[in-house]
Design a protein around this ligand. Structure first.
Ligand code: HEC
Length: 449
């Protein structure tokens, strides 16, 4: 993706921290959305097929409603899917700029294209399901003559074919898209641990990506079960869902599916951990992992209690737990990414400094080395003299305790804390670490003289 690399501007380290937060935020929107889309569509296709085979209208209705829930309106797909996806690609392009991991951007872009195709298909699947029912309703009405009836039947069959195909293809493209996405973000942190960049097959068939994808699949179906339970049994549900038969089916199926897929999660998390490169394993990563396992335990317990009592009282709490679980899992990935890209981070900061200096040289701004004296004269002198009390204490009184403790002095300048009750607190001067060091050295030297 050279073209993306070319439009990337060098970023200061503050900007890169911001980019990381942005990446975390977009992931918190995008990944649960992809997961819910995947799970709901998978269930819809499964129960649609089952309904056709058993000629069971309950399953058919369930299948139709599932895809309608997740495709509620188009702005949802844009706000939770398309926009976060594009911003995630740009964040990665910035953060991986100048690294060997450029192929990550390529995989992400491919994933995005498959995602768009898949969305188009899923929406036509949804519409054709509705149209099919419409035709069925028309041909059931007996006022039609023979010719029109045939015509309606023909359209109904056509809609049938479209439905089947659009749904399946939508799902296939979604699988490709999500798989590429996961392989790409795994590669983003792995590639810094690897000596050489893996080939296409090395990326696609990496155990890290495969095990992560298994986790993604299971969590998607578990999350979707929670969404279904919440959706059908939320307090404000309208009368139309109150057919007891249908409700019982939905309840039974979803609680069972939810429990089964949730129970699978811990094993899949551990499996993925085995295939993670060592560089990504940090203490904070293990801490988030433990918290996730704890959450999964609570979720399974909730599913289990509901099955036993044949009730759906925890619908909204379970959904909330899943949201938190997703935040943990994403935080864990982001941590792995940051610890793997520490060196890359430094390289980019370096690159930024060079870029800044070149730019200054071009513009004729001279870049004199940082001088402690200048900083003192510019920033401190208003409040401090060496031998006279101004707003702040005279330096000759406060510096002795810092003589030989340069680090503490630098710390104080970077982060002033309240010391002497006779003075107001010193406001933070917003210096950069190297500026604080220069002024601290200047103060100590001058004070010694
Ligand atoms: C707006 C006024 C103000 C400016 C500007 C200011 N200071 Fe201070 N400084 C204070 C005050 C007030 C205190 C006393 C704070 C206290 O005792 O809690 C203080 C305390 C200090 C101390 C003593 C800390 C201690 O442990 O007792 C040092 C060292 C110091 N300033 C360094 C600096 C340096 C270096 C700069 C310039 C980069 C600077 N100050 C700029 C107001 C200022």
């Amino acid at each position: 993706m050279d073209f993306l690399d070319n439009i990337v501007l060098p970023q200061s380290s503050e900007h890169m921290v911001l980019l990381r937060y942005l990446l975390g935020l977009t992931s918190v929107l995008l990944i649960p959305y992809l997961s819910a889309l995947f799970g709901m569509l998978g269930y819809s296709l499964f129960y649609g097929r089952k309904g056709k085979k058993d000629e069971n209208p309950v399953y058919l209705r369930f299948a139709k409603e599932l895809v309608s829930i997740i495709t509620l309106n188009k702005s949802m797909a844009v706000a939770l899917g398309v926009v976060p996806f594009v911003s995630a690609i740009f964040c990665y392009a910035q953060l991986l700029h100048l690294s060997d991991a450029q192929s990550v951007i390529g995989y992400l872009t491919a994933s995005f294209i498959f995602f768009i195709i898949s969305l188009l298909m899923i929406y036509s699947y949804r519409h054709s399901l509705h149209i099919k029912d419409l035709f069925a309703a028309v041909s059931d009405g007996n006022q039609l003559d023979e010719y029109t009836k045939n015509e309606v039947r023909e359209y109904k069959n056509k809609a049938n074919v479209i439905t089947g195909k659009a749904g399946i293809w939508g799902f296939i493209f979604l699988i490709i898209s999500t798989y590429l996405f996961i392989a790409a973000i795994q590669l983003a942190s792995d590639s810094f641990a690897l000596e050489t960049q893996p080939s296409f097959f090395g990326v696609i068939f990496s155990l890290n990506a495969i095990s992560y994808y298994l986790f993604f699949t299971a969590v998607s179906f578990a999350l979707s079960s929670a969404i279904i339970i919440y959706y059908y049994f939320r307090p404000s549900t309208e009368e139309k869902y109150q057919s007891a038969d249908f409700n019982n089916y939905v309840k039974k199926i979803s609680l069972r599916n939810g429990l089964v897929f949730t129970i699978l999660l811990p094993a899949l998390i551990v499996l993925n951990l085995i295939f993670k490169p060592g560089i990504a394993l940090t203490t904070s990563l293990f801490a988030t992992l433990l918290l996730s396992l704890f959450l999964i335990m609570i979720i399974s317990n909730m599913f289990y209690t509901m099955i036993k009592a044949s009730e759906v009282k925890y619908g909204s709490s379970i959904l909330l737990m899943f949201v938190i679980l997703f935040i943990f899992v994403i935080a864990k990935d982001q941590m792995a990414f940051s610890s793997a890209t520490k060196l890359q981070f430094q390289k980019l900061t370096q690159n930024y400094t060079e870029y800044e200096n070149n730019l200054k040289a071009e513009l004729g701004i001279d870049i004199a080395p940082i001088s402690g004296e200048d900083i003192y004269n510019g920033r401190c002198i208003a409040c401090h003299q060496f031998d006279q009390k101004l707003v702040g204490p005279p330096y000759k009184e406060v510096l002795p305790k810092y003589d030989g403790k340069m680090d503490q002095l630098i710390d104080f300048i970077l982060n002033p804390v309240k010391v002497n009750p006779e003075y107001p607190a010193m406001p933070n001067q917003g210096l950069k670490p190297n500026e604080a060091k220069a002024v601290a050295e200047y103060l100590i030297q001058t004070y010694r003289k």
